[in-house]
Design a protein. Structure first.
Length: 186
């Protein structure tokens, strides 16, 4: 439902779901709308998780879309995709305090990041996501090295596809904006 966003306080909020999620090296897409809270906390280690699932501690076993702090871009949060080992990022901050469409697609091993319908970076990462793991929205499911990477802001319309959406499909979802992905009945 458009406009019924999850709200995250950066401390304790995280939502969990268990559904059929793409695993192994298969093609897939995660796309969502996010509104990062305006904050002056920009440290080297800060990461804010939008969505993640898979295995921790095993190279290539996770699938995570996050906002990465100074480690990736200097002040602000770059859009980052990681599979627990390597990462790709947009090298520029996601604007804070306003809604933005974020997506990652994996097509035949090529991972691509989008902000507001624009393909910003693509790279091939080794991917073998652990099957039957919970999906977490707004933070890591388990603390890793004492970090939980909790999000401060809003997330709406989280959708996972078992195929890679095309650039035109990503652009179409962005252009639909608050109308959502489904046509109104009538």
């Amino acid at each position: 439902m458009v406009g019924a966003a999850f709200s995250f306080d950066g401390a304790s909020d995280v939502y969990t779901a268990t559904n059929s999620i793409p695993s192994g090296p298969s093609d897939r897409t995660i796309e969502l709308w996010a509104n990062l809270a305006t904050t002056d906390v920009h440290t080297y280690q800060v990461e804010q998780t939008f969505v993640e699932y898979g295995g921790y501690g095993t190279y290539g076993a996770a699938y995570e879309l996050l906002g990465g702090g100074d480690l990736y871009t200097g002040p602000g949060f770059a859009l980052v995709f990681t599979q627990w080992g390597s990462a790709i990022n947009t090298n520029s901050p996601i604007p804070q305090g306003s809604w933005h469409h974020l997506a990652v697609t994996t097509a035949s091993g090529l991972d691509t990041l989008y902000i507001d319908g624009v393909n910003l970076v693509s790279q091939t990462l080794t991917l073998n996501t652990t099957p039957s793991t919970p999906l977490y929205i707004g933070g890591l499911g388990l603390a890793v090295d004492g970090r939980t990477d909790r999000l401060t802001g809003l997330v709406d319309e989280v959708t996972i596809y078992n195929r890679a959406l095309s650039a035109q499909e990503i652009e179409g979802i962005y252009q639909a904006g608050s109308a959502g992905k489904c046509l109104p009945a009538g």
